[in-house]
Design a protein around this ligand. Structure first.
Ligand SMILES: [Zn+2]
Length: 327
């Protein structure tokens, strides 16, 4: 009987945290669980941690884990979605980890796995800024830059499951080195990591910036979205300049995507978009429009910040489970 209630746990597995939500049939969030994880933790231990976060969230929602209709998880990296295997996840140091089977045997319920950004885009498509349009592209700007493509209302996985790596679109062939080892990808020019590198370089070359003082005050060793927000609010000149450059490259990325896919909407998500909203997206939109091949795209293609914020991944995982398992 409880299975019929169709309660699903959705999990967003990041490089440094696990977030789980338990949501009912109407995507109402009944409980949320979150845990920070240590970098380099072994796969088995991390799967155990994920299971514990799900168990705790289910308990908080007043639901037995065994009565969940599914556990669905978005994981960073390349995923064999049919087998639920994380084939390669550099952020986690994983290769060929049977995440789906590991969780299924531990929790005793069906488990669905897909790429974290694909899942986040599904969330925005179904419940957020996507508003269920048929053709949608999502670009998530964070530590890296991820992308996901919705084609005819469905997630486009590509011929091998590799589609949507928009962050590795090369925008400057001899540009800075990317996490993928190549040069000049969007991720190497406009991710949070790239922005932090640019701020560090500017300070090293003698420019004055309050960014590192703000980081010290807030006991952060990375330039998080909240640090960026505070630095911009203080009109820090280096932060403003670095942000402007990142937005310029993101604008070109969006234009390339629009010219290639002709989507109805492009959603810009991730932590910075969540904090800055339209202030982040407006300059991106303005640059993108200059590079649109079809003048009518200026009116026809909407470029919007994500709406679900930090819940996009976990809620998207619930959407994924419902679609894939027909719940
Ligand atoms: Zn790259």
């Amino acid at each position: 009987m409880p299975k019929k209630r169709g309660i699903v746990a959705g999990v967003d597995l990041g490089g440094t945290s696990i977030k789980a939500i338990v949501a009912d049939r109407n995507y109402k969030i009944l409980a949320t669980g979150k845990k920070r994880t240590d970098a380099g933790v072994k796969a088995k231990a991390l799967i155990h941690e994920i299971a514990r976060v799900v168990e705790q969230a289910a308990a908080d929602a007043g639901v037995k884990v065994k009565s969940l209709a599914a556990v669905s998880i978005g994981a960073p990296g390349a995923i064999d979605v049919k087998r639920g295997v994380v084939t390669e996840a550099p952020n986690l140091g994983w290769r060929n980890v049977p995440l789906g089977e590991g969780l299924r045997s531990r929790l005793g319920v069906p488990v669905v796995v897909d790429n974290d950004v694909n899942v986040g885009v599904m969330g925005e498509h179904a419940l957020g800024a996507g508003a269920r349009v048929a053709q949608l592209v999502g670009i998530f700007v964070g530590t890296g830059i991820g992308g996901g493509i919705i084609c005819n209302g469905e997630l486009y996985e590509g011929g091998h499951g590799w589609a949507g790596e928009l962050g590795h679109t090369v925008l400057l062939a001899d540009g800075p080195v990317c996490s993928c080892g190549r040069r000049g990808c969007a991720e190497a020019l406009a991710s949070r990591t790239a922005m932090e590198r640019d701020v560090r370089d500017a300070v090293k070359s003698g420019r004055k910036s309050a960014v590192f003082d703000i980081m010290d005050e807030r006991k952060k060793d990375r330039m998080t979205s909240s640090i960026i927000q505070v630095a911009l609010a203080k009109e820090d000149p280096v932060m403003k300049e670095v942000m402007k450059r990142a937005q310029y490259y993101l604008g070109i990325l969006v234009a390339n995507v629009v010219n290639a896919f002709d989507p109805e909407r492009v959603i810009v998500g991730g932590g910075i978009a969540e904090r800055l909203g339209e202030d982040f997206v407006k300059p991106i939109r303005e640059t993108a429009q200059e590079y649109f091949l079809h003048a009518k795209a200026v009116k026809g293609v909407k470029i919007l910040p994500g709406k679900l914020g930090d819940d996009a991944g976990a809620l998207g995982a619930v959407v994924l489970a419902r679609k894939r398992l027909g719940l």
